[in-house]
Design a protein around this ligand. Structure first.
Ligand code: FAD
Ligand code: UDP
Length: 373
């Protein structure tokens, strides 16, 4: 056996694992089916603009440990995500804060805003009669009331997940902050930013000196790759690893429609969400706004990406695990098999079938490596 660890997937989980394993003196091979490393955080440079090829990625974390770790590989700028919502041509600040309440109702004080939301929530709370919300619609109505739900949540969520809000779990919407201050920062975390020069700086540094084979799908010659190492680290789709024997897990994927435009500043913000059902895309990203310190920021050229959310079919990129009851039950069956493996480690968004942010994935890999090495 040539390697101590063969790692399937060069995304954040695979790269962080490879970095620590190598540092501890292990021989490591990373394979990835894509033509580049980095997984979903990979950026393609288009005339100097770092285009987030697999969807906009904003780094945010509450973990000092993760923040120090990523900053040891790249400098981060002070980008703060302040997405704007466009609903039928009118613009609203996100997340739900005093600016949004002013735009919706003309209220100017927290007291007025709270009173308005309390009035709007009253019916939904009465319907619950003390029990927990059972689905996303009930949860949203109890948190923010009817106007915000109808204007900023319902259409966007149903487009993103391809399911009715009444068929989605409540926790999805709990990610969004609700605050009674004039603060458009989308995240509550202590640390936030974009690596200057793009995310590839981080994964390139993590994989520096590691044997890497690209355009290499584990499943084209599974036996061979398994036989190359004493241990396997698998970060691909969990159900695929087991030949879909219990059935296929569902994912949402995103189709990106990119446009290169000879314009200096097309939409004035990195992220604009289109929250009405009738517009087929969920949001438009203008990538240059993530890195205002880049010389390309000032050029008369920009790249925008329209994101169309759709159901995953084989061959497409599995992006978001669908955390409904049926998929949770199915993934539990696969996880039970995974737990009984001796020389296979499963990690990352796909192998855990979990909706992780980048910092979660990094912390999981770091914690595991601390135990192992
Ligand atoms: P991945 O990055 O998916 O890496 C898995 C790798 O395994 C891929 O490179 C794949 O090609 C490879 N692979 C799979 N199967 C095989 C196989 N059979 N053979 C060989 N290679 C294989 N997080 C944030 O913190 N902030 C954000 O703003 C944010 N935005 C996001 C937007 C979108 C659209 C998506 C989908 C995710 C977003 N995330 C965000 C989450 C973030 O992308 C993930 O948490 C993180 O990148 C997952 O890393 P990973 O290593 O688990 O998986
Ligand atoms: N959401 C919404 N309106 C918006 C943005 C988000 O209703 O303008 C909902 C949607 O259901 C989404 C959830 O909030 O799935 C979490 O949003 P977030 O931006 O955290 O999702 P991500 O794209 O990062 O997974």
């Amino acid at each position: 056996m040539k390697y101590d660890y063969v790692i399937v997937g060069s995304g954040l989980f695979g790269s962080v694992f490879a970095y620590h394993a190598r540092k501890a003196g292990n021989k490591v091979l990373v394979i990835d089916k894509r033509p580049h490393t980095g997984g979903n955080i990979y950026c393609a440079s288009v005339k100097g603009i770092n285009v987030h090829q697999y969807g906009a990625h904003i780094f945010h974390t509450d973990s000092r440990k993760v923040w120090d770790f990523v900053n040891s590989f790249a400098s981060f700028n002070r980008y703060t995500n302040c997405p704007v919502a466009n609903y039928k041509g009118k613009l609203y600040n996100l997340p739900f804060n005093m600016n949004t309440f002013y735009e919706l109702w003309g209220v100017t004080t927290p007291e007025e805003a709270k009173a308005m939301i309390d009035r709007q929530k009253a019916d939904a709370l009465a319907l619950l009669d003390g029990r927990e919300p059972r689905n996303l619609e009930e949860q949203a109505l109890c948190l923010v009331g009817t106007d915000i739900y109808e204007t900023l949540i319902k259409g966007y969520t149903e487009k993103q997940w391809g399911r009715k809000c009444t068929d989605l779990p409540a926790f999805i919407i709990k990610r969004l902050p609700l605050r009674f201050t004039f603060d458009n920062n989308y995240f509550n975390d202590s640390y936030q930013g974009i690596p200057i020069g793009g995310y590839n700086r981080i994964t390139d540094a993590l994989l520096d000196g590691v044997d890497t084979r690209l355009c290499t799908d584990f499943f084209t010659d599974r036996r061979q790759y398994e036989s190359l190492g004493r241990n396997l680290v698998y970060t691909g789709a969990l159900d695929e690893f087991y030949g879909y024997r219990f059935g296929k897990l569902s994912y949402r994927t995103v189709r990106f429609e990119n446009q290169n435009l000879n314009v200096r500043n097309w939409q004035g913000n990195a992220v604009i969400n289109y929250t009405e059902r009738e517009i087929p895309y969920t949001r438009i990203i203008e990538h240059k706004h993530f890195e205002p310190e880049s010389p390309a920021y000032h050029s008369d050229f920009t790249v925008i990406s329209k994101e169309y959310s759709c159901e995953w079919t084989e061959g497409a990129e599995p992006f978001y695990p669908v955390n409904d009851a049926a998929n949770t039950e199915l993934s539990a069956k696969y996880k039970a098999l995974a737990a009984s493996e001796d020389h296979v480690i499963f990690g990352g968004r796909l192998a855990d079938y979990r909706y992780y942010d980048m910092d979660d994935v990094i912390l999981n890999a770091m914690t595991l490596c601390e135990k192992l090495f």
